[in-house]
Write a protein that binds this ligand. Structure first.
Ligand SMILES: O=C[C@H](O)[C@H](O)[C@H](O)COP(=O)(O)O
Length: 214
């Protein structure tokens, strides 16, 4: 298994879905690292929104047109990697800590295309589940969450504390609801299947495509 090749193939396949005139959400991570040059090579007339300073920097260096996301209210397509992809479409994202912005950008798009290598599909979603927490009340939030640990990582670009939930996942929908309802949780890395339209996973020399909704 050549993981880097699989990432590149899935990213290139996703870049091929982008059309002239689109506004495109750009995810974060090493798989997106292959998407950006593939997109730039196509020389399309598109504008983009970035989910992290790292992606913004890389996209601008490649000559992509990156717009601030406070004025754009709808995207045609968002393309992003994932840490885990379950058979029913639940995702875990945020290994790189960008999950809060990534969820906003995914939710704003008509199509959310998930890319990854063959290690990403899993039978069952497992911890750790990335979290972003408000610094105010941090100890009380952690206590309420149960088994969760603060990451040794810089704060998010929005000043949030990055952490991970290490307890049982069980039903992802129920855990997602509980995390969202916990005061002090700014965002978490469980992404529901309703957000996802397509999954493109590199397997050896080919890309397996799955459409979750049209
Ligand atoms: O915060 C990071 C993002 O959610 C990434 O999309 C995710 O961690 C996958 O990253 P990679 O493509 O490096 O495996």
């Amino acid at each position: 298994m050549n993981v880097e090749r699989e990432k590149r193939l899935s990213a290139e396949a996703a870049a091929g879905l982008v059309e002239d005139g689109m506004i495109v959400g750009l995810g974060t991570g090493s798989t997106v690292g292959y998407l950006l040059p593939a997109l730039a090579r196509r020389r399309l007339s598109i504008s983009c929104v970035a989910t992290s300073p790292r992606t913004k920097r890389a996209a601008l260096e490649l000559g992509l047109d990156v717009r601030p996301f406070d004025i754009v209210d709808h995207l045609d397509m968002t393309i992003d990697g994932a840490d885990q992809i379950a058979p029913d479409g639940w995702l875990v994202k945020g290994g790189g800590g960008a999950h809060t912005r990534e969820k906003i950008v995914a939710a704003a798009a008509s199509r959310f295309v998930v890319i990854g290598d063959s290690r990403k599909p899993v039978e069952v979603i497992r911890a750790p589940i990335p979290l972003e927490l408000l610094e105010f009340g941090l100890s009380a939030t952690l206590r309420r969450l149960g088994p969760a640990l603060v990451r040794e990582a810089p704060k998010s670009p929005d000043g949030g504390i990055l952490a991970d939930y290490h307890g049982d996942v069980g039903n992802p929908a129920r855990l997602s609801e509980r995390l969202s309802a916990t005061p002090g949780v700014v965002g978490h890395g469980l992404f529901p299947p309703e957000l996802v339209t397509e999954v493109l996973v590199g397997h050896g020399d080919s890309v397996e495509r799955r459409t979750l909704r049209p």
